[in-house]
Write a protein that binds this ligand. Sequence first.
Ligand SMILES: [Zn+2]
Ligand SMILES: [Zn+2]
Length: 177
Amino acid sequence: MKIDVQTLSRTPGEVLPVKLEIQASELDLSADYRESLQDIAFDGSISCIEHGVFRLTGTLTVVRIGNCDRCLAPARQNLKIEIDEQFRRSAGLSDDEPEEYYGYVGHMINIDQAIRDNLLLSMPGQLLCRESCLGFCPVCGRDLNEDPCQCQAEPAAGSPFAKLSKLLQDDEDVLRT
Ligand SMILES: [Zn+2]
Ligand SMILES: [Zn+2]
């Protein structure tokens, strides 16, 4: 998505409202994200902060759909990401230019990269049907949201308690024989 900043007079203080709907396919995303991200929209503005330097600020909203990472039920997450990025004309940039700027050429600023970076950086690692989802029991495989099981009372394998209970059990076995 490109924004024509020619109408911004390149004098500090000028502000141009930016309201966009973005297709996931427009952003260079993995197939996984292209399918799961919907209704990507940006609402904010771009302003000239100094000659040739523009600042994009606003809110990116995204709906992420898929299956819950814990229980596999359909899940839907509404994400709200605050964006604050700066763009500097690429021409004449040297290597030691600070990297917190995105470049642009001419009077068209392409904001896709900035949108994509913010989106991926803010994406929660897990997609959950709800924050308190209990998921499946790792021992018996039961969906713990529907039906608690007794396995949870057992210490996880590999923990010191598991080793201890194993030792006690061995002792009992010895006593029984
Ligand atoms: Zn779940
Ligand atoms: Zn269980």
